[in-house]
Design a protein around this ligand. Structure first.
Ligand SMILES: Nc1ncnc2c1ncn2[C@@H]1O[C@H](COP(=O)(O)OP(=O)(O)OP(=O)(O)O)[C@@H](O)[C@H]1O
Length: 339
């Protein structure tokens, strides 16, 4: 999307999609999952791609790493158009484009030791002798915060958060230039989500990665992102620097995704520079009586009706933009009722 508020990237994008469209056959028609999307991410940058379920985030990411074909548009990696690369040509590219999936339970082979899982990509690309591979695996496991004996154990012997660290080690071991994390914490317990988000942010900074993080919940990722792209029904409806989008959302859909307590990127950078300390728990907004999952409804409702709070009794006419909720102009009873 060409948005005048989007700053010029600090360096050339390492991965860029231009006017990308992806469709799937559904019955007799084609479903447009990604509709003319342009997106790019540079080294040293974190781009958050957010939107509700089914908006097209995963399909966009898979198309950008060339894991699925595209209908039209182009994908450029490191200055080369890879849209029509053959599988053979893509082999070298894929080494530098890694993905972390959302479910660490499904994505790790339970029959392989963690050492073998993390060594596999190195072996596939014939990167090093047996000893060199073992050393790289040990160093990478340490880098993601796993215990020293992790290599000889099996995924089933680890917690969900530790399993996601194994997935991250597997993606990191090839020293990629891009990591895509597709909702990396959505399958994890809320108590460890901030740790994994913080780990990925630390690795992004340490390795100077181009990092594309996908999330439903903007509140979960806005404190680690430089830029945010908001996706709705296959399109990017808003994109810009995180502070601008969080501070002054231009699209009602973005407003609905926002937390009532945005953190500035200055806070985020300070935390990363300080390092060492665990990331603070992500502030959750006050619950909304109108829509239990809406992070912004209370604030947004106040904009529409300044006197309104989520404990007010009686009926109020408010705008509810929460995805999946009804459109604006809803009259809601606040005496326990919900839209
Ligand atoms: N292989 C497929 N065949 C048919 N339809 C698909 C396929 N993959 C995705 N879709 C459809 O494309 C649309 C976008 O799906 P996608 O998984 O990209 O959304 P998403 O925003 O990542 O959702 P979620 O947050 O739930 O992962 C959805 O309507 C989905 O049902």
């Amino acid at each position: 999307m060409s948005d005048p508020t989007t700053p010029a990237p600090t360096s050339d994008p390492v991965l860029a999609a231009d006017d990308l469209t992806v469709t799937f056959p559904v019955g007799r028609r084609q479903l447009t999952a990604v509709d003319s999307v342009s997106l790019s991410v540079s080294r040293g940058e974190t781009l958050a791609l957010v939107g509700e379920s089914g908006s097209g985030k995963t399909t966009t990411a898979l198309a950008m790493i060339r894991a699925i074909p595209v209908d039209s548009g182009t994908v450029v990696f490191d200055g080369a158009d890879i849209t029509n690369h053959t599988e053979r040509q893509l082999k070298a590219v894929r080494r530098r484009l890694q993905i972390v999936l959302q479910d660490p339970y499904a994505s790790l082979d339970p029959r392989m030791t963690v050492g073998k899982i993390v060594a596999e990509p190195l072996k596939a690309h014939r990167l090093g002798t047996r000893q060199e591979i073992a050393d790289t695996v040990a160093a990478t496991l340490e880098q993601v915060g796993l215990p020293a004996d992790a290599a000889s154990r099996y995924p089933g012997q680890f917690s969900g958060g530790q399993r996601q660290r194994i997935s991250i080690a597997r993606a990191l071991v090839l020293r990629p230039s891009v990591i895509v994390a597709d909702e990396p914490v959505s399958a994890l317990d809320v108590s460890i989500q901030a740790q994994i988000i913080g780990l990925l942010a630390d690795l992004q900074a340490a390795e100077n990665l181009a990092y594309l993080v996908i999330a439903h919940d903007l509140a979960l990722v806005h404190h680690i992102a430089d830029r945010v792209a908001v996706m709705y029904l296959g399109r990017i409806v808003e994109e810009g620097p995180v502070d601008a989008v969080v501070g002054d959302p231009q699209h009602p859909y973005t407003a609905a995704l926002l937390s009532a307590t945005p953190t500035t990127s200055a806070d985020r950078r300070e935390r990363i520079v300080l390092g060492g300390e665990p990331p603070s728990p992500i502030s959750k907004p006050t619950g909304c009586a109108f829509h239990p999952r809406c992070p912004a409804a209370v604030e947004r409702c106040r904009v529409e009706n300044p006197a309104l709070t989520n404990t007010d009794a009686g009926s109020h006419r408010v705008a509810c933009f929460f995805p999946g909720s009804v459109a604006s102009g809803l009259t809601i009873g606040t005496s326990g009722g919900r839209p």
